[in-house]
Design a protein around this ligand. Sequence first.
Ligand code: ADP
Ligand code: MN
Ligand code: MN
Ligand code: MN
Ligand code: MN
Length: 339
Amino acid sequence: MAKYKLEYLWLDGYKPVPNLRGKTLIKEYDNFPTLDQLPNWGFDGSSTKQAEGRSSDCVLKPVSVYFDSTRKNGVLVMCEVMMPDGVTPHVTNARATILDDPGAWFGFEQEYFFYKNGRPLGFPESGYPAPQGPYYTGVGYRNVGDIARQIVEEHLDICLDAGINHEGINAEVAKGQWEFQIFGKGSKKAADEMWVARYILQRLCEKYAIDVEYHCKPLGDTDWNGSGMHANFSTTFLRETGGKEYFEALMAAFDAAKAEHIAVYGPDNHMRLTGLHETQSIDKFSYGLADRGASIRMPHSFVKNGYKGYLEDRRPNSQGDPYQIASVILKTIESVPTV
Ligand code: ADP
Ligand code: MN
Ligand code: MN
Ligand code: MN
Ligand code: MN
């Protein structure tokens, strides 16, 4: 028997994007607990914009569990927020709106900035560092500074220990900007892991007195790149059958649902989707082969294989909620007949 520290994580009711919250429950188990051994728990929803003070109890329902290598007997427990009855999803529970589909695969590319004292890490106290160019996938103190890579590597190891399916990491175009990619099979897996990876990154940065800036254009209208969270997706039908006709019908549905998608693709996206810096402008929808200026990019492999494989929606931004993003993408896909 050992006393485990169960860190229950959930998303609060802040708009337009939720924040991560977490609190610890101590419980005794013979072995590392499995999902079905974790009880529902509760919290004060009046402190998280999820309830009124008079009846403030919200329920935490565990949905996935991860090893926490940073803490003795540590466990990370991702939760959905439920109503007091324990079965009705709370209105802020976007995960519950994702269509259940084991054949749906998502890969998210999370870009973000490290911030120190209100400026990107590595920026001088006033003015700007040398213009972007050498920073993307760069090496050397001049390009990546002295501490960023240490944090990035530590984050990667904690995530891999947790069982999170990272596919890669890279230094990004702006100084102080980085990316990691997470891939998951099943409609909710990559989104769960993205939220837990964000949690791990933010918690890790506490000890360095550094913040993670997820805003999509923290440097405003300058020549510094913004941050996205490209959503790569596929379904069993897209991977195994696909075809030009189906693809074109799918893209017509994406075009028609443009506003619904943009509404959940992250705040202030008009600052980032300008038609410049490898983006399409926010009020247009387009797709193209290997086209990083399109809303949706078809990889070469997709066209070569007869319009089969995965697609990249380049519009979601770094601050977007992967639950809401996966939800709307699957809803639009579902609206297109496959025969
Ligand atoms: P780029 O920066 O060129 O867009 P990345 O390698 O950063 O490419 O991201 C591409 C991502 O696509 C991978 O990390 C992976 O998660 C995702 N991906 C690959 N194959 C599939 C697939 N069949 N379905 C969904 N996502 C996929
Ligand atoms: Mn208390
Ligand atoms: Mn990438
Ligand atoms: Mn990138
Ligand atoms: Mn990409």
